[in-house]
Design a protein around this ligand. Sequence first.
Ligand code: MN
Length: 205
Amino acid sequence: MVYTLPKLPYPYNALEPHMDEETVRIHHDMHHNGYVSGLNNAMDKLREARGKQDFALIKHWERELAFHGAGHFLHTLYWESMSPEGGGQPSGKLARQIDEDFGSFETFRKEFSAAAAAVEGSGWALLVYLPEEKRLGILTVEKHQNQLLPGVVPIMALDVWEHAYYLKYKNKRADFIQNWWNLVNWKGIEYRLEDECSGCRCSGC
Ligand code: MN
């Protein structure tokens, strides 16, 4: 077992009332855990194939690896993108970068909400940092494996698969998104951006 399910960074009921305990429990213990198991299984099967020198099913296992690997990675970022003490507005470098790249926090919030609402079927909205261009961007991701701009660093994730909101919000994804802003862990996202910048070689950070 290479990968393990990370513990939630807060109790199951800590995101109430915006996100209900039952949704968080099922989402973390069942859905996220399923991706961790699937990822370990794909790694095992690829190791077996290597041992046998038999790559007939390589396409299948590479797809499984991408699907479960992206699911595990993005769910981990999703849990960390929220906090019981979240909400409000970002500060420091993150706030300045958002102003520079989106015009204002309000415009960013509208654009991110619209992007999340517009994801077809299952998927994600991500705030990403583009190290080469030293700017922030928004990406939407269908399912999770059909992406990504190579080289970008996701620093905030919003899960808009139905399992993330259906128990409480039913088909009202826009209401879920609107309330989700009350949970955003700006401090954690700011640290993630600063980590990226401290590792880069430009003189502007
Ligand atoms: Mn999910």
